[in-house]
Ligand binder design. Sequence first.
Ligand code: FES
Length: 167
Amino acid sequence: MAKPEPCLTELLPQEAIASIDHWISKYPPGRQQSAVMAALTIAQDHHGWLTEKLMNGIADYLKMPRIAVYEVASFYSMYHLEPVGKHVISVCTNVSCMLCGSDSVVEHLSKRLGVKLGQTTSDSLITLKEVECLGACGGAPMLEVDKQYHENLTEQKIDEILAGLEK
Ligand code: FES
């Protein structure tokens, strides 16, 4: 017989569950599914990335179909569905950024880090990710590092960002 899957309260610490409960309480009774994005974010912040077990645990906790949780997690680039480095650099390559030189940004980062888009450096320090528009088109080309935006990028600025990352 297959082992039962662990429930969310076994996968996350109590403070993470309390944060998810806090988000659930913001919605009317029976609408707990509305907290799915917050729950995914909290789970990822604690674990580093979203395992299938975590997503299943969230689905069961919010009483929603597992496929609906996978759909949300795979739609938004801020969720990581595989292990990532200590830092995640998300480069926007959408229209405004592309017209303002995102190709050169990616090329410079790839050269400096020795990885391609979607890969993590061999020391597990940095994951380089390609993302769609992050809503900062006025500052194109731009990237996000660990939830912080950096705009109007130049090679010098990129080098400064890399130098400032904690090892
Ligand atoms: S196109 Fe890059 S932030 Fe909008």
